[in-house]
Design a protein. Structure first.
Length: 129
C-alpha cells in the first residue's frame, strides 16, 4: 500500500480542497487541507510526503504569499519534499519558471484535475521507492 503517506493540499478554493481530500483519502492516503501557504508552512514539522500547492492565492482581508513564494519557503526548510503545483494558468512561461525552480509536476485545474493528480501522485511515489 502507500504506508499512509501524508499529503498536504493547499488551495484557497474550498471545493478543490474537499475534492482532493475525499478522493485521495479513499485511496488510503492521509490528507490535510490548508487554505493558504502560510498555514501549510507552519505545519511542515508534520513531515508531509507530498505537497499539492495552488499557484495563485487571493485573500481580500490580508496579503498572502503566492504559490511560488510558498514553494521557495518549503524548499528552504525541506529540500527534498516533492511539490505538485496546481493552477488555472496555462501560460508556458509560468510552467517553464516552475520547471526551472524544480517543481515536481504541474497540473492545470480543469475537468481532468483529479485524474491527472492521481497519475502524478502515483508516478511521484513510485520514483521515490
Amino acid at each position: 500500500m502507500n504506508n499512509q503517506k501524508l499529503i498536504f493540499i493547499v488551495d484557497d478554493d474550498p471545493f478543490v480542497n474537499m475534492l482532493v481530500v475525499k478522493r485521495f483519502t479513499s485511496d488510503g492516503y492521509k490528507l490535510e487541507a490548508f487554505a493558504y501557504g502560510e498555514d501549510c508552512l507552519k505545519a511542515l514539522n508534520k513531515n508531509p510526503d507530498l505537497i499539492i500547492l495552488d499557484y495563485f492565492f487571493v485573500n481580500k482581508d490580508r496579503k498572502v504569499m503566492n504559490g511560488m513564494e510558498v514553494f521557495d519557503k518549503i524548499k528552504e526548510v525541506k529540500q527534498d519534499l516533492p511539490v505538485i503545483m496546481l493552477s488555472g494558468q496555462e501560460k508556458g512561461e509560468i510552467v517553464l519558471e516552475l520547471a526551472r525552480k524544480g517543481i515536481d509536476d504541474y497540473i492545470i485545474k480543469d475537468n481532468n484535475l483529479i485524474d491527472n493528480l492521481q497519475v502524478a501522485i502515483k508516478e511521484l511515489f513510485a520514483r521515490s521507492q
